[in-house]
Design a protein around this ligand. Structure first.
Ligand code: PHE
Length: 344
């Protein structure tokens, strides 16, 4: 019996079927109801108690060997068949691959840039780490202005005011750099990230994005400002969107205003996005203060200009009805994937 088992073991170990039929023959031969293993177990019943002890173990091991071999070969054979099928079958659908999506803030920024480009504005950029002069002093911020305060500004180096270094709190700093380094006329927009020391919540964040704009030339008036922004809103939100200007204050513009648009969600009827007022504020603007022009080496008797600034998050909130600012920076694919159709 031992001899027989050794022989079969060698046969099993070297067995390598060319196809499923050969494997089936193997199964019937060893594992079938009339197969070798069944036969060996039948023989086993007739041996004496002494042999039973030794052969019981050997026989079980042999049975296991045959079963494992069969199962392994069967698995190999089926996966081979499947893979050769998909390799050769050209009618099967291809593997899908995921395309990335533009971030909603990029979509909105690009849209804003496109509108102003058509009006002849160029795009200007500047550093996110700024000195006091470009972020505050040149822009006519008084020494004691609250925006310079520790509460609002992330200071990197805080000394005596004029040599402070901070993360820029607005992209108006780029306007200063542009005016200092060039000659009028200027017609540019400044998109970029800005930082303010605020607790993170659904309605506030320690960083956000702005697009600011600057137009300086001879005879630029508040009428030019109004018409430019009116046109921008018609392009962004569609013909018929209403605008209104409310007097406001910024150190670097005089006069200053805030601009509201008729609520883009309820079209002015009242909803919780516009707090039932029918209007939503989207930007600050004004005529560049002559002090700012002079600080940047521009003759304020000859040149006038207007400036405006808006938060990209705010515009995106209104456009996509996103109520929690934190979604913009969490990189949750479930959120970002929703902008798939908007790839441009
Ligand atoms: N810099 C202002 C802000 O960050 C926006 C602004 C820009 C207002 C230009 C008026 C003119 O809030």
């Amino acid at each position: 019996m031992q001899q027989q088992i050794d022989q079969y073991t060698a046969e099993i170990n070297t067995f390598s079927p060319a196809n499923a039929d050969e494997l089936e023959t193997f199964r019937i031969k060893f594992l079938g109801t009339k197969g070798i293993i069944k036969d060996l177990f039948d023989q086993f019943k007739t041996v004496g108690p002494e042999e039973k002890r030794t052969f019981g173990k050997v026989l079980n091991q042999f049975k296991q060997l045959a079963e494992t071999k069969y199962n392994d070969l069967k698995e190999g054979l089926t996966s081979d068949v499947e893979s050769s099928k998909s390799e050769n079958d050209l009618t099967l659908p291809g593997d899908g691959f995921n395309t990335g999506t533009r971030h909603p803030l990029s979509l909105v920024r690009n849209e804003i840039i496109d509108i102003y480009k058509r009006l002849g504005f160029v795009v200007a950029e500047g550093p996110e780490i700024e000195d006091d002069w470009h972020n505050f002093s040149a822009l006519n911020f008084p020494e004691e202005h609250p925006a310079r305060d520790m509460q609002d500004t992330f200071f990197i180096k805080k000394n005596s005011g004029t040599d402070d270094i901070a993360l820029r709190t607005h992209t108006s700093s780029v306007q200063v750099r542009m005016m200092e380094n060039g000659k009028p006329p200027f017609r540019a927009i400044m998109p970029g990230r800005v930082y303010r020391n605020e607790a993170i919540s659904a309605r506030a964040h320690c960083f956000f994005h702005q697009v600011e704009g600057l137009y300086v030339d001879e005879n630029v008036s508040f009428a030019d400002l109004k018409q430019t922004l009116y046109h921008f809103v018609q392009e962004l939100y569609g013909e018929g969107t209403k605008v209104r200007f409310r007097p406001s204050y910024f150190p670097f513009t005089e006069p200053s205003a805030e601009m509201d648009v008729s609520c883009t969600i309820c079209k002015g009827d009242g909803c919780n996005m516009c707090k039932y007022s029918g209007w939503v504020e989207i930007l600050g603007c004004g005529m560049v203060d002559p002090n700012v022009l002079e600080n940047c080496g521009i003759d304020s008797k000859k040149y006038t200009g207007f400036a405006f600034g808006m938060g990209i998050e705010r515009i995106a909130n209104l456009k996509y009805v996103i109520r929690d600012l934190r979604l913009f920076s969490e990189n949750d694919v479930r959120f970002l994937d929703q902008f798939k159709t908007e790839i441009i």
